[in-house]
Design a protein around this ligand. Structure first.
Ligand SMILES: Cc1cc2nc3c(=O)[nH]c(=O)nc-3n(C[C@H](O)[C@H](O)[C@H](O)COP(=O)(O)OP(=O)(O)OC[C@H]3O[C@@H](n4cnc5c(N)ncnc54)[C@H](O)[C@@H]3O)c2cc1C
Length: 157
C-alpha cells in the first residue's frame, strides 16, 4: 500500500475503482464522509481492459431520449435523462457529467467508458489511490473481545 494511505483513518474505505467504487465515492462526498478508494490497477475500470472481449460494451447507450415535458425544471429533466442512461454516475449535476456526451454509439467502446470514469475521478478530485491492492480486511478492537473500533484494510494477507 502506498505510504500516504498507511495508518490514516477514514469513515469509508472503498475497495476498487470500477463504476461502483466511483459511485460510492461520490455518495461519500455528498454525505460529508471522509473516504479513500483503493484500486489495485493503475487506472479506473480495469475490468474493461479485458472484457467484453470484443471491446464493445454490451450495455446500450441512449444519447437521444424522448423530449422531456416543457413544465419540468432542470433537475427533473436530468433525472428523466438518467432513467434512460445505463452508464452515467447517478449524482451528476449537469449534462457534461453524463456518459452520452462522450459517444453516440449504441454499443460504445469499453475504453470510452473507462475514459469517462477516469474523468469523473479527476473532475471531482476523488481520493483514489492506484496500485493499492487490498489483501486483508479485519476488525479493529480493544483486545480480542473488546469494543469494536473500526475496520482495517491492508495489503498484507
Ligand atoms: C463478460 C462481461 C461483460 C460485461 N459487459 C458489460 C457492459 O458492456 N456494460 C456494463 O455496464 N456492464 C458490463 N458488465 C458488468 C460489469 O462487470 C459491470 O457493469 C462493471 O464492471 C461493474 O463495476 P464494478 O465497479 O462493480 O466492478 P469492476 O468494474 O469489476 O471494478 C472492480 C475494481 O476493483 C478492483 N479490485 C478488485 N479487487 C481488488 C482488491 N483486492 N484491492 C484493490 N482493488 C481491487 C479491480 O481492479 C477493479 O478495477 C460485464 C460483465 C462481464 C462478466
Amino acid at each position: 500500500m502506498p505510504d500516504e494511505t498507511s495508518d490514516v483513518l477514514y469513515d469509508v474505505a472503498i475497495v476498487g475503482c470500477g463504476a461502483a467504487g466511483v459511485q460510492a465515492a461520490l455518495y461519500a462526498i455528498n454525505m460529508n464522509l471522509s473516504y479513500v478508494v483503493l484500486e489495485r490497477s493503475h487506472h479506473c475500470g480495469s475490468f474493461f481492459d479485458k472484457y467484453p472481449r470484443r471491446g464493445d460494451l454490451i450495455s446500450f447507450n441512449k444519447p437521444n431520449t424522448p423530449p422531456p415535458l416543457d413544465t419540468w425544471n432542470d433537475a427533473q429533466r436530468l433525472d428523466y435523462k438518467l432513467k434512460f442512461d445505463w452508464h452515467s454516475m447517478l449524482n451528476t449535476n449537469n449534462d457534461t457529467d453524463r456518459f452520452p456526451t462522450y459517444t453516440n454509439k449504441f454499443y460504445p467502446r469499453a475504453e470510452v467508458f473507462t475514459k469517462y470514469i477516469d474523468d469523473v475521478v479527476e473532475r471531482n478530485g476523488l481520493n483514489a489511490v492506484f496500485n493499492a491492492s487490498v489483501e486483508c480486511v479485519s476488525d479493529v478492537r480493544d483486545g480480542r473481545w473488546g469494543d469494536y473500533r473500526g475496520i482495517k484494510v491492508s495489503d498484507e494477507a
